[in-house]
Ligand binder design. Structure first.
Ligand SMILES: [Zn+2]
Length: 433
């Protein structure tokens, strides 16, 4: 088995929980004393640090949102004097100010450790050549992987993003064995390789760690076959630490959360209520070892579910499923949470239709109805009506099985669903009009 820190990664859960509680209590005390924002929030709720006596008491604490970070821009939530901060990263917001995060020397050490675990789980060791094609800079991707790869003693190739042909030449010449980039860039590299007439047999690549954007199982298969590697999903966000929050092991049955540093919860995004194991909801993290910017119950807006049973790899660290959507995209139909991404993955799985679709939600006789418009390909559309009807039934059944509610599927002609330059408009909710 491949572990970086077997002691922590495979620890008995009772012992782990003792460590988590000790660290949580310390963190709450620290933010209460050092961050006026948290002291005020806790006072408003009528709680003091001494009220946190068990992990279950976590739910008494206030949430933190991205907006709270923006409101305290740039350094308002830092818990140490600025002289202790050795690194600053920021995520560019599409709207408004960026979110600024600060690390102490100790925080950089934690980050290196969790990334070392991530890389080792993906098969890297000190003999590896790790090509980092994530962007370096304020974005946490490049430097996060960089420090982890150095920690395990691998040879780091800090090429950063872009310049695709040069990336490929270096991959061949330098004997890269591990690739780190976004999954879409991995596919782009594979396509460019074909254009350059370079065969995958010329590469020494064995595995890749891919993250920073959502990707499907189909995309994993495509990357694995085109680059002849094993593709690992990694998850992170700069507010919590950057990449290294969670990682896949060789069994690829969810991502192990480094929960000795980041305490996860799943909540109902509407009510804030904490949900149980296996239930889908919004992922929330409390950092329990960070010094620079400790965050209490940070709402990631990512929707997933947690699983606590022991993994085949031997790790006891909880696993989170692939993120299935964002709370911003969620629609509620007859009390059931629906994400456009769920429907998209059903359609991609079937492979017979274009991935262009639109959801129309309406209320008829006080009942919510969901209609799914799906574009068929030119080839399919020329087929006989009977075949189209069969396809419609097949899609309806597949979507209903996934969502657990009845839907009406309507196939539409090629190129009739409006294309958008930016984010596609997937949902038309007539209940709100
Ligand atoms: Zn595992």
């Amino acid at each position: 088995m491949r572990y970086w820190d077997e002691h922590m990664e495979c620890m008995d859960r009772n012992t782990l929980q003792e460590i988590q509680l000790k660290r949580l209590v310390e963190t709450v005390k620290r933010v209460y004393t050092s961050v006026p924002y948290y002291r005020r929030k806790m006072q408003e709720l009528g709680i003091i640090p001494e009220d946190i006596k068990s992990l279950d008491d976590l739910k008494k604490l206030p949430f933190t949102t991205k907006q709270d970070l923006r409101d305290n821009y740039p350094y308002g939530l830092f818990a140490v004097p600025l002289s202790e901060i050795v690194r600053i990263h920021a995520s560019s917001g599409t709207t408004g100010k960026p979110t600024v995060v600060g690390y102490t020397k100790h925080d950089i050490g934690i980050w290196s450790e969790v990334m070392a675990r991530t890389l080792v789980a993906a098969g890297a060791d000190k003999h590896s050549f790790v090509q980092i094609a994530y962007g370096y800079g304020l974005f946490t991707g490049g430097l996060g992987v960089h420090y982890g790869a150095e920690r395990i003693g691998a040879s780091v190739i800090p090429i950063s993003s872009g310049n695709t042909r040069r990336q490929i030449q270096i991959m061949v010449d330098f004997g890269t064995t591990v690739l780190a980039c976004t999954p879409s860039y991995a596919l782009y590299l594979a396509e460019t390789m074909e254009e350059m007439g370079i065969d995958k047999s010329q590469l020494k690549l064995k595995s890749g760690v891919f993250g920073a954007e959502p990707w499907s199982e189909n995309m994993r298969k495509e990357i694995e076959s085109k680059l002849n590697i094993k593709a690992y999903d990694i998850y992170g966000l700069s507010e919590i630490i950057g990449p290294g929050v969670s990682f896949e092991c060789e069994y690829q049955c969810g991502m192990h959360i480094n929960e000795d540093h980041f305490l996860p919860e799943i909540i109902n995004p509407e009510t804030g209520e904490v949900l149980g194991e296996g239930e889908y909801g919004e992922l929330v993290f409390t950092t329990i070892t960070k010094e620079g910017l400790p965050l209490i119950r940070y709402r990631t807006r990512d929707i997933t579910a947690l699983h606590y049973d022991r993994c085949k790899c031997g790790r006891t660290l909880v696993r989170m499923e692939k993120v299935i959507g964002r709370t911003d995209d969620m629609i509620i139909i007859r009390g059931v949470n629906v994400f456009p991404s769920q429907i998209e993955s059903v359609l991609l799985e079937m492979g017979e239709v274009e991935p262009h679709y639109q959801l129309i939600v309406d209320r008829v006789n006080n009942l919510d109805v969901l209609e799914v418009l799906v574009e068929v390909s030119e080839r399919m559309f020329s087929d006989e009506v009977k075949k189209l009807e069969q396809l419609e039934k097949k899609i309806t059944k597949a979507i209903e099985e996934t969502l657990g509610i009845s839907v009406k599927v309507r196939l539409v002609e090629p190129k009739t669903i409006e294309r958008s330059e930016g984010k596609a408009k997937r949902v038309i909710d007539k209940r709100k009009i």
